[in-house]
Design a protein around this ligand. Structure first.
Ligand code: GDP
Length: 198
């Protein structure tokens, strides 16, 4: 799959606004500021793409991007943890994220983006739990790995991999990533390819 051919398709604030539930999707999730947009940009080599999701008014939406193979899409799920957002809006996001995760048949896997310095916050726990319950494969990107020395980055990677494997077995994988250094992009592409083209 040529990820750099990704193109913005549409946005949905409700399940019934999503594209037809057919083909295959891989969804990106993460707390706000974890580095999700930067990771999508590094993957697709398009500075503009995830910016779509940051356009005021679009941040609470689920954003869809077409890939070069018909019916294959990347999905940018709403970021979580904006302290200043009213509780009602948070609940709205939660509801629609839940609905998407629960009902989307074409979902092949979830990429959960975490800041390597702050892994496994409450939102991350929730996503891991959800994957455990549903059996949807999970790939964790420990991003901003350039912010840590090699030793600490590696030990975070190994300990998180170990604990997640205990819960999810071979349905989980974990890697370090840096959008700044463009490291880990090939590994991410290989994981996505394995989901899209099993
Ligand atoms: P999002 O809210 O999860 O989409 O996060 P962004 O992609 O907008 O990134 C949040 C902040 O972290 C921005 O200031 C980015 O420049 C920075 N950032 C993202 N990825 C990296 C990375 O790999 N390395 C470093 N050093 N900074 C990063």
């Amino acid at each position: 799959i040529r990820y750099n051919s990704a193109r913005y398709l549409t946005s949905a604030s409700k399940l019934n606004q999503c594209p037809e539930d057919e083909g295959a999707e891989v969804a990106f999730a993460g707390r706000s500021n974890a580095g999700k947009s930067s990771a999508i940009n590094a993957l697709t080599q398009q500075g503009q793409l995830a910016r779509v999701s940051k356009t005021p008014g679009r941040t609470q939406l689920i954003n869809f991007f077409d890939l070069n193979i018909e019916g294959m899409r990347l999905v940018d799920l709403p970021g979580y943890g904006y302290a200043k957002v009213p509780i009602a809006l948070k609940q709205h996001w939660q509801k629609h994220l839940d609905a998407y995760l629960q009902h989307r048949q074409c979902l092949r896997g979830v990429v959960l983006v975490m800041d390597i310095r702050h892994p496994m916050k409450e939102f991350d726990e929730m996503m891991v739990n959800w994957c455990e319950v549903t059996g949807v494969p999970l790939h964790v990107l420990l991003t901003k790995s350039d912010k840590l020395k090699k030793g600490p980055a590696q030990s975070t990677l190994l300990s998180l991999r170990k604990s997640l494997k205990e819960a999810l077995g071979d349905k989980v994988s974990v890697q370090t990533f840096s959008s700044l250094k463009k490291s880990g992009v090939d590994q991410l592409r290989e994981r996505l390819d394995s989901w899209f083209l099993p």
